[in-house]
Design a binder for this molecule. Structure first.
Ligand code: PBG
Length: 318
């Protein structure tokens, strides 16, 4: 590859309204730094087959894999992802060059009647395909009927409005980026609903060998987001889990100290949590430590029962 760039960078993204909103945030930031960007929409299998559960299409990374392939073959120079949709480990030829400042990490409830979770009618039907959301709802409201729901944010809201569900749970970040927060009926704090690893963070992926692109993205990288998402992703990697496993983690960086809380659950509503504090430079080790605490206190059995192959302990955080 030559050291000079063509004038316009090619930014790869999925084509959903949310993905495009996120792509525009990155394109805007690069444009503001004098680097014009062309947005290239790539339709992934996960976007097309909205009728089939993600676990059937290919499980983890189903949204990310095709963007990564476009990056590898040089069809695009950077790929914009929801950090939440990325597998916990990255191929060595790719790198996450920037994490944009994190949005609201919370989940929210959107209920047709406007009731909060505790006062939804008995046996209300709640739409979610996320084992993470399902186990935490079960823990609080065992009577609620959980039903699969797929599709983009707008599709899910439409299915709710049509009466297919009494309530759904979505990420606050997506609704904020789409200007849809007036739909929220309850903001779910992390004691009720611990967020997904990476929730609310936009990750920009590049070819690891592309030093020019890496340097161009460095000013966009938000330190606190990188540190917290690094701890959360190390947690997920140690569990061997992806978005198909009932696990959650959320890290906060406060006055130089990193606080990480992790959770493993089960379909039946069992939930175990562990939290630890460490130094920000030990973010990955903190993630591993919280994961191992949970694995040792019943989490391993819960994950195995949910079909996750928990990797053997290693001495390194990677
Ligand atoms: N799994 C789909 C997905 N991936 C990222 C977001 C929201 C944005 C974010 O969390 O950064 C969503 C939708 C949702 O869970 O409501």
């Amino acid at each position: 590859m030559t050291s000079t760039r063509t004038a316009t960078l090619r930014l790869g993204t999925r084509g959903s309204a949310l993905a495009l909103a996120q792509a525009r945030i990155v394109a805007g930031a690069l444009g503001g730094a004098g680097l014009p960007v062309e947005i290239v929409t790539i339709t992934t299998k996960g976007d097309v087959r909205t009728d089939v559960p993600l676990s059937v299409i290919g499980g983890r990374g189903v949204f990310a894999a095709e963007l990564e392939q476009a990056l590898r073959v040089g069809e695009v120079d950077l790929a914009v992802h929801s950090a939440k949709d990325l597998p916990s480990t990255l191929a060595p030829d790719l790198a996450l060059a920037a994490f944009l400042p994190r949005e609201d990490v919370r989940d929210v409830l959107i209920a047709r009647g406007g009731a909060p979770l505790v006062s939804l009618p008995m046996h209300a039907v709640l739409g979610t395909s996320s084992p993470r959301r399902a186990c935490q709802i079960r823990a609080l409201r065992p009577d609620i009927v959980l039903r699969d729901i797929r599709g983009n944010v707008d599709t899910r809201l439409r299915k709710l409005d049509e009466g297919q569900y009494d309530a759904i749970v979505l990420a606050a970040a997506g609704l904020r980026r789409l200007g849809l927060t007036e739909r929220v009926t309850q903001w779910l704090e992390s004691d009720i609903m611990l967020p997904a690893v990476g929730q609310g963070a936009i990750a920009v992926e590049v070819r690891a060998a592309d030093a020019a692109m890496t340097a161009a993205l460095a000013p966009l990288d938000d330190h606190a987001t990188r540190v917290t998402v690094t701890a959360e992703r190390a947690f997920l990697a140690r569990l061997g889990a992806g978005c198909a496993a009932p696990s959650a983690a959320h890290a906060r960086l406060e006055r130089g100290m990193l606080h990480l809380e992790g959770l493993i659950g089960s379909e039946s509503g069992a939930v175990i949590r562990a939290a630890r504090t460490g130094r920000e430079q030990d973010a990955a080790a903190l993630g591993v430590a919280v994961a191992e605490t949970l694995l040792a206190s019943g989490g391993e059995e819960l994950l195995r029962a949910a079909g996750t192959r928990v990797p053997a302990a290693t001495t390194e955080a990677e």
